[in-house]
Ligand binder design. Structure first.
Ligand SMILES: Cc1ncc(COP(=O)(O)O)c(C=O)c1O
Length: 481
């Protein structure tokens, strides 16, 4: 008997789950997952971390049973944690995590199609092109535009810098200078670093009293750098900063970029989704002049983490920056609809990212998202109005979109004492019930507390609870308790 053949005739087939086994496993998982879903909004909005690590360092050579593994996951690994899916989570820039996208992910991973090469799954590759085209239309970019879905805003900003560098600078690009406001998200500086620029090549331009980039300063810096022999090539404007949700004068920045022939990128990771609302479109006017735009559907479109988007005005620019031809790949397309995602992005193999956007949008229609986002704009206005009425509270940044910043500012305290007081204020707010969670930032040196209303589950009752906790905490601190 041929020993090799005998061995191959009885392979280990345990990894090959069939339909009935999958159903059984899903039932085991759902017994844990459904109570989690039903309680997500009544669970704490945050918990402090505990010292770890919690794992057994021996290699898991032997199989384990599903019940035990799922139990470990749900009982020992899910907590402690921040709970950005809960309506009380208004820290940083939360997401929410639509369950429709979780269903889409299950389908996408189960069928496991190869979407980055058009001919390997043409209809699914086109599905992502369709989703990107919805976003292109929302941003008002021309039909020469295109883009692709990234894993988040940081990756989109990085790919934008690489694209701008490839299109606007020579191979030796070290003189190239990028301008952005002093309110920029740190992913812009990191994008520049990862693209090979020295730290000094990112110029942080002063912002005005509303935390929008100063156009005069921007123009002056560009002219000074040109005169000094450097090569200004890119401006990153903001459609909603992380700190305060400030929206730059995008039309003004676009004008400067046109005049000085610079690439105009808009970081709309936080604010871009508000293009779905009338107010948002008004505030974000000028975004349609951008050469590229970062969107982050895992923020304002409430998707689970792992979905960003880079849009460009001219899809050929993405191709120029990313395409590589090799012998072992199938034939690539030259067609705006038949998109080979691997030719316009840094990734090759990856999941079918488009489905997690396409499915919830198809199920609900963009109008539903628009209603939710309108509500978030109103909730931020409501929060600002209520906070203004609290003795001792000072609004540092009124909401331009759905973020605001405030602090406690009793008279007669110097800057250091105020910062110390507001540290305590935030700890007290977050610790009071743990049903709301806010995060700090620094505005002109002042310790500021932010409220960011962007979780789809956040409604009036959450904001009212937040305001109540702030009111109580302020009164206690001012009374010296
Ligand atoms: C304005 C802005 N840009 C970029 C990012 C980075 O996005 P991500 O966390 O998806 O990488 C953020 C994140 O909060 C942001 O607020």
């Amino acid at each position: 008997m041929d020993e090799l053949l005998a061995k191959l005739q009885s392979p280990d087939r345990r990894l090959e789950m069939d339909g009935s086994e999958l159903r059984e496993v899903l039932e085991t998982v759902l017994r844990r997952l459904l109570p989690h879903v039903d309680s997500v909004d009544t669970q704490l909005a945050w918990e402090p971390p505990e010292a770890g690590p919690s794992w057994d360092s021996s290699l898991p050579g032997e199989p384990s049973d599903w019940d035990g593994v799922i139990q470990e996951l749900f009982e020992d690994r899910l907590y402690p944690a921040y709970n950005p899916a809960s309506g009380g989570y208004m820290a940083y820039v939360p997401g929410g995590g639509l369950l429709h996208s979780a269903v889409a992910d299950l389908i996408a991973s189960t069928v496991n199609r190869y979407v980055t090469v058009w001919q390997a799954a043409p209809r699914l590759a086109e599905l992502e092109a369709e989703v990107v085209d919805w976003f292109r239309q929302l941003a008002g970019l021309p039909d020469t535009g295109g883009g692709y879905l990234t894993t988040g805003g940081s990756l989109a900003n990085w790919s934008a810098v690489v694209t701008a560098r490839s299109c606007r600078l020579p191979e030796n690009f070290l003189d190239g200078v990028i301008y952005t406001s002093d309110q920029a998200h740190h992913s812009v500086a990191r994008a520049a670093r990862l693209s090979g620029f020295p730290a000094g090549n990112v110029q942080l331009v002063e912002s005005d009293s509303k935390y929008r980039v100063s156009l005069d300063q921007l123009e002056q810096r560009i002219e000074e750098d040109r005169e000094a022999g450097r090569s200004p090539f890119m401006v990153v404007g903001h459609a909603g900063t992380t700190n305060t949700g400030a929206v730059d004068d995008l039309a003004g920045v676009a004008r400067i970029c046109r005049q000085h022939q610079l690439w105009f990128h808009v970081d709309a990771a936080y604010g871009g989704a508000f293009l779905l609302t009338e107010r948002g479109r008004e505030i974000l006017q000028g975004i349609e002049h951008a050469d590229s735009v970062t969107l982050d559907p895992h923020k304002g479109m409430f998707l689970p983490y792992g979905t960003g988007c880079l849009l460009v005005r001219d899809r050929q620019d993405l191709h120029r920056a990313h395409a590589v031809d090799v012998d072992y790949m199938p034939e690539m397309q030259d067609d705006p609809v038949r998109v080979d995602i691997c030719q316009i992005s840094p990734e090759l193999s990856r999941e079918c990212r488009g489905l997690r956007v396409w499915l919830p949008v198809k199920i609900h229609g963009l109008e539903t998202f628009s209603n939710y986002l309108d509500e978030k704009l109103d909730l931020a206005q409501f929060a600002a109005r209520e906070l203004r009425a609290i003795p001792g509270v000072e609004i540092l940044a009124t909401p331009q979109l759905s973020i605001l910043a405030f602090r406690l500012a009793p008279e007669g305290m110097d800057a250091d004492a105020l910062n110390e007081l507001n540290h305590k204020f935030l700890d007290r707010i977050n610790g009071a019930t743990q049903r709301i969670f806010l995060s700090p930032t620094s505005l002109d040196g002042a310790f500021a507390i932010r409220i960011c209303v962007i979780v789809f589950r956040t409604h009036l009752e959450h904001v009212q609870h937040c305001v109540d906790v702030i009111r109580r905490s302020a009164a206690e601190l001012l009374a010296g308790q």
